[in-house]
Design a protein around this ligand. Structure first.
Ligand code: GDP
Ligand code: MG
Length: 696
């Protein structure tokens, strides 16, 4: 009897390799280990026909030949080693009919090694339910191979597979893509140094070493120009390879695969039909977003009011119980309100991430990514940008960090740059207080003006993010191609534990990251507001008494405090910028708040609280205090024009030191955070200026 044919079963995890293996080999299996490592080796004997036997190897699941794990490297080492006794006469790539696109990547790579390669499309029993039809003749032609449509569950297609294996010599060994088109110069060079060798194989050997961080620099630098062979460059070429392969696969499947979602009958498809519908998908997403924002706004207000009043009474109690002095003042006017200013964000952040993580857990978020990819591409973004953009509604810091899973550098950079335009929770208290102050009661179609204004501000933020992304995609000269496939998980009920962990993590990160800065700034502000240079500040009481001899003690104190503040360090700073900001409708006190906001937006309300509590009694809520602020002519400082101008300023300005720090870290340069700082602030100024000039 002749030597058994070596058959290697390859494929992504869970495509049914082991099921095919079992179907082929039955009970004649042997399970061992690959020498030296703990990866399981399964082999078996298959009777192909009366005279031919196959020696079948069930290889570990792998997504591609650009391996990064031990399991995957077993596969590559076998395919690259013609001398191995297991080297396949024929490779059988098993795919899942539902995930053909992703599964075919590996097929093209294996085939390009010049090994006779057969394609198994498994799980054919699912096709009807999923509304999938295949044009096998066309696919065989396009992929230049033989295809066995198999259902191991229904034991169909296996005999045909065996016949194809026997006839493996008739399989074409031509490559699916020409690897040198990825980078002509690089591969020309490689070819010169290693003539008469398969370029793709050489390429795999090189990248394999890169992936396992054992690139022999000397060997490669001998072989090729060291610069072009640097690991990061190779990684880039590897990505280009993947893009090329997916372009090829896409083209093939466009003709050979048809998914009629309307004909599918399974529950998941029924859901998908609506949730990723070209029209209803967006409507539903929009409604969900709106519900989330309205809920955040109304639900958070209850714990927030409680936090607000708790910290106010804590300050009150402390100032009564502790001996009067600088330390008590620092504690009650600086530290306690500063802490309050951090804690007050917790309800909003917690609610937001509660919703986001529920959307993620149920599998809906992947549909949103899919839905958005179509649209976001037009703006130079990526479907995956939707996660940072939405997370940005809590805080730009985790959002910028969340861009890490966008593979394409240009799209990632653009996402990082525009994310701060989305309305983060630190802007929410600014908006909330200004909306309460200047937007009138009343409603339109059952939605309050106040709620509508808030939604408008969110939309303006998203809109500007998209516009900026579009402009950046047209102007940034960065070469990076990308290919994107969404993995759509099945729908499932959210796991409470996972949701809880996300909410806890995000809240904790916020408190830890932004909290320190808020607290530090609050204390700094208190110091700047409590001290000042020269006799205007230090002899304020005498000066005020001289100017207003008729005042009683209480009024005198208030006047004195106001006078002191005006001549404190912070007052001087605020006044210095007053000429620049008065065309926007702001006075020097708002100027102070703006200055401190450049460190962190959320300080705005706290600053005003500090400023006003220094000059008036502490029981006044900040809102009433702001409402009673008047201009020189007696009209309220916060009116529709100045309020909206201020809100728009906050919508666009880059006022967050922590975000700048994160962007620096993620882009590894000061260039991009500076672009953000100056670009966004200039834009904010211009928009606020025009708004005030038009409305006032
Ligand atoms: P492997 O990871 O590639 O070895 O895949 P397995 O053989 O372990 O199969 C993965 C999953 O797919 C298992 O739950 C199998 O029951 C299922 N499966 C395998 N073949 C078929 C098939 O033809 N039809 C269906 N519906 N499920 C299958
Ligand atoms: Mg298996």
């Amino acid at each position: 009897m002749s030597k058994a044919l070596n058959i290697a079963l390859l494929g992504n995890p869970n495509t049914g390799k082991t099921s095919v293996f079992n179907a082929l080999t039955g009970l004649s299996q042997k399970v061992g280990n690959y020498p030296g490592i703990t990866v399981e080796k399964k082999e078996g004997i298959c009777k192909l026909d009366r005279t031919t036997k196959g020696h079948v190897l069930d290889l570990p699941g792998t997504y591609s030949l650009n391996a990064s794990s031990m399991d995957e490297s077993v596969v590559i080492e076998l395919l690259l080693n013609r001398n191995s006794k297991d080297f396949p006469d024929v490779a059988v790539v098993v795919t899942d009919v539902e995930n053909l696109k992703r599964n075919l990547l590996l097929f093209t790579q294996v085939k390009d090694l010049g090994i006779p390669t057969l394609l198994v499309i498994n799980m054919a029993d699912q096709m009807k339910r999923k509304g999938i039809t295949l044009d096998i003749a066309l696919l065989e032609e396009a992929l230049d191979t033989k295809i066995a449509v198999v259902s191991t569950r229904e034991k169909k297609g296996l005999e045909e597979l065996k016949k194809m294996i026997i006839d493996y010599r008739q399989l074409s060994t031509a490559a699916t893509i020409s690897i040198n088109t990825i980078d002509e110069a690089y591969f020309q060079n490689l070819e010169k140094i290693f003539p008469n060798q398969s370029l793709y194989k050489l390429w795999l050997v090189i990248t394999q070493d890169v992936n396992f961080a054992k690139l022999d620099r000397k060997r490669v630098s001998d072989a090729t120009d060291f610069k072009t062979a640097s690991p990061s460059n190779l990684k880039r070429l590897q990505q280009k390879e993947t893009v090329k392969r997916y372009q090829f696969i896409n083209q093939v499947l466009k003709q050979g695969l048809n998914i009629d979602r309307a004909a599918a009958t399974d529950l998941r498809s029924r859901f998908d039909r609506v949730l990723i519908h070209k029209f209803w998908g967006y409507v539903i997403f929009f409604v969900i977003l709106m519900t989330i924002f309205q809920s955040i706004f109304s639900w958070s207000s209850i714990p927030q009011d409680f936090i607000d009043s708790s910290f106010a009474s804590l300050s009150q109690i402390l100032s009564e119980k502790l001996p009067a002095g600088v330390f008590t003042d620092l504690l009650t006017q600086g530290i306690v309100p500063g802490l309050g200013g951090i804690v007050i964000f917790i309800p909003q952040i917690a609610f937001l991430f509660l919703f986001i993580s529920i959307l993620e857990e149920t599998g809906y978020m992947s549909r949103v990514v899919f839905l958005m990819d179509r649209g976001l591409r037009r703006f130079g973004l990526n479907g995956k940008s939707v996660i940072p953009l939405i997370s940005g509604t809590a805080c730009a810091i985790p959002a910028v960090m969340a861009t890490r899973n966008i593979e394409n550098w240009k799209e990632r950079l653009i996402t990082i740059l525009v994310t701060p335009f989305t309305t983060c929770s630190a802007r929410l208290p600014v908006y909330a207080i200004l909306i309460a102050l200047v937007i009138p009661e009343g409603s339109l179609l059952g939605l309050s003006y106040k709620g509508l204004m808030l939604m408008f501000l969110y939309l303006v933020g998203f809109g500007m993010a998209l516009l900026a992304a579009w402009i950046l995609s047209k102007t940034l000269d960065i070469q990076a191609k990308s290919y994107f496939i969404v993995e759509m998980p099945n729908y499932k009920l959210p796991l409470l534990k996972n949701v809880g962990i996300t909410v806890w993590e995000k809240t904790r990160t916020f408190v830890a990251e932004a909290g320190k800065i808020i607290l530090a700034i609050s204390i700094l502000l208190w110091i700047m507001a409590s001290y000042g240079p020269g006799k205007d500040f230090n002899q304020a009481e005498q000066i005020v008494q001289q100017d207003y001899p008729e005042l009683n003690d209480t009024d005198l104190e208030i006047k004195t405090n106001a006078y002191k503040l005006e001549h404190s360090y912070i007052g001087i700073l605020g006044k210095t910028i007053e000429p620049v900001i008065s065309p926007l409708g702001y006075d020097w006190k708002i100027g102070i708040a703006l200055i401190s906001s450049f460190a962190a937006r959320e300080v705005f309300v706290g600053t005003l609280a500090t400023i006003y509590s220094v000059e008036s009694d502490s029981e006044d809520t900040i809102k009433n205090r702001m409402a009673s602020e008047v201009r020189k002519d007696g009209s309220p400082l916060f009116n529709l024009a100045s309020g909206i101008s201020l809100m728009l300023f906050y919508a666009f300005a880059m006022q967050c030191m922590s975000t700048l720090a994160v962007v620096r870290k993620e882009t590894n340069s000061w260039k991009w955070p500076m672009v953000q700082l100056f670009g966004m602030t200039l834009l904010a100024y211009l928009v606020a200026f025009s708004t005030y000039q038009i409305l006032a």
